[in-house]
Design a binder for this molecule. Structure first.
Ligand code: SAM
Length: 119
């Protein structure tokens, strides 16, 4: 009985794989999200092997804090961001900079990304 189930499963695998590919290619052609997800395991492996050599972070905001604290604490500067999307990063940077001389400039190709002219 178990052997029979396994062989049924084995027969279904190629069909399931083909069906999955077809659905994915029709619903999410050239998806940025899937491309991003495909790199997550590689990044996790890289972090595991290089954690001692380089600082690694669990979120981009931890990285921004580190860069700000370590390299930019005492200087006034310009922050230019090309492709701000909905402004999460540029907003965060503007919040963590205490120096009043900082200037923030963001560029965005798509008007749809800008939430009601907030940024
Ligand atoms: C991954 S999102 C950016 C996320 C954002 N930097 C953040 O940290 O929250 C990439 C953005 O870049 C924009 N973009 C792509 N090419 C661009 C260009 N040549 N000039 C300006 N914006 C561009 C896209 O419209 C998209 O909103």
């Amino acid at each position: 009985m178990v052997v029979q189930r396994r062989s049924e499963y084995a027969r279904m695998v190629p069909w399931l794989r083909a069906w999955g590919k077809k659905i994915l290619s029709r619903t999410s052609p050239d998806s940025e999200h899937f491309r991003y997800l495909s790199h997550v395991p590689q990044l996790a492996t890289w972090k595991r092997y290089h954690r001692e050599e380089y600082p690694t972070f669990d979120s981009r905001y931890e990285l921004y804090d580190y860069v700000s604290r370590t390299f930019l604490a005492e200087i006034a500067n310009y922050y230019l961001e090309f492709g701000v999307f909905n402004g999460d990063s540029i907003r965060y940077w503007s919040e963590i900079q205490t120096h009043t001389d900082w200037r923030f400039v963001g560029f965005e190709l798509s008007r749809a990304c800008l939430r009601n002219g907030e940024i």
